[in-house]
Design a protein. Structure first.
Length: 317
């Protein structure tokens, strides 16, 4: 039996989580625990949105829109059009009708007094997800982008409306200093055999998870192996605009640079091992030299089987 904890967020995280479920099923292992980024959550038109949570839930349930990469398959936008007619919400941020149903249910449960952890547990009852989902924290933590011209805006506006074209200088998570890991997160990490850091955006998907007070300490203290998977292949990010985020914090868009950003656990960082793509095999010695064991494997998550193969490579790194 291999007890696995995954830190994940975004589309890359959802694809990787599918691979985790498939790989563990082949081993006959029990379900994994997936700690999901909630740093890009927001209130919009009176409802609470959790984009990363929903992306992973929808993917595991098999109801996600694989063409757009977000939302529900076959969704319609009648309610969104009506909101726009009222001048409500953001005209550049689409809420599908089925997706809005999720947000309304979540908001109602939160208003009834449930915590985000309890809400996600209730959401997980609808479909056989095959993994246990936990939010990184029950505290409301959004991501604010600080721009080079001094403006500040919510991450979703910067990412979705402006497509990360406005130069950022920093990413902040107001309120995170008083947050704490959601119930069950620290225990899961302490009891794990392997902790996997998904190939999600290191800055705005994994970064907020690691910024929750006590999270880094839990990862450094666990007897588990902590293994990261590169989301950079051949000097390019696989999806999204993570390169812009990395540049803002002074990290090159290179697989070895991202490994160095997480750092070796022996020196106070997080990683015991790091998976690089075959295209980046030449960078493996540089990763090893930093005290992080490098492992080279195919890293394109073209389907669930390919993702499972990546997870299997990580589990044996």
């Amino acid at each position: 039996m291999t007890r696995v904890v995954v830190l994940a967020g975004g589309v890359g995280g959802s694809k990787f989580t599918l691979g985790v479920r498939e790989a563990l099923a082949r081993r006959g292992d029990p379900e994994a625990t997936v700690v999901v980024n909630t740093g890009d959550d927001l209130w919009l038109s009176g409802v609470r949105l959790q984009p990363d949570v929903d992306s992973i839930v929808y993917a595991l349930a098999g109801v996600n829109d694989t063409q757009r990469g977000w939302g529900r398959a076959g969704d319609t936008e009648r309610v969104n059009a009506e909101l726009q007619a009222w001048g409500a919400g953001w005209p550049w941020f689409t809420l599908g009708d089925l997706d809005l149903g999720t947000h309304l249910a979540r908001t109602g449960w939160l208003r009834d007094g449930l915590t985000p952890t309890q809400v996600i547990a209730r959401m997980s009852e609808r479909w056989p997800l095959g993994v246990r989902l936990l939010p990184m924290t029950d505290t409301e933590v959004d991501t604010i982008v600080v721009l080079a011209d001094g403006r500040r805006m919510h991450f979703q506006e910067w990412w979705t409306r402006h497509r990360a074209t406005l130069p950022p200088i920093a990413f902040e998570n107001p309120g995170i200093e008083v947050a704490e890991p959601a119930p069950g997160v620290v225990d899961a990490i302490a009891g794990a055999d392997v902790v996997l850091i998904a190939p999600s955006n290191p800055v705005v998907s994994i970064g907020p998870i690691l910024a929750v007070p006590g999270m880094r300490e839990a990862l450094r203290a666990t007897p588990a192996r902590v293994i990261g998977v590169s989301g950079v292949i051949g000097g390019r990010v696989v999806r999204g605009m993570a390169d812009v985020c990395l540049a803002a914090i002074g990290v090159e868009t290179r697989a070895d640079a991202v490994a160095a950003h997480y750092g070796p656990r022996r020196d106070g960082g997080l990683l015991d091992a790091w998976l690089l793509a075959e295209e980046d095999a030449a960078l493996a010695p540089a990763v090893d030299a930093r005290g992080i064991r490098a492992r080279v494997a195919p890293l394109w998550m073209t389907d669930a089987a390919a993702s499972a193969a990546i997870v299997e490579a990580a589990l044996t790194a």
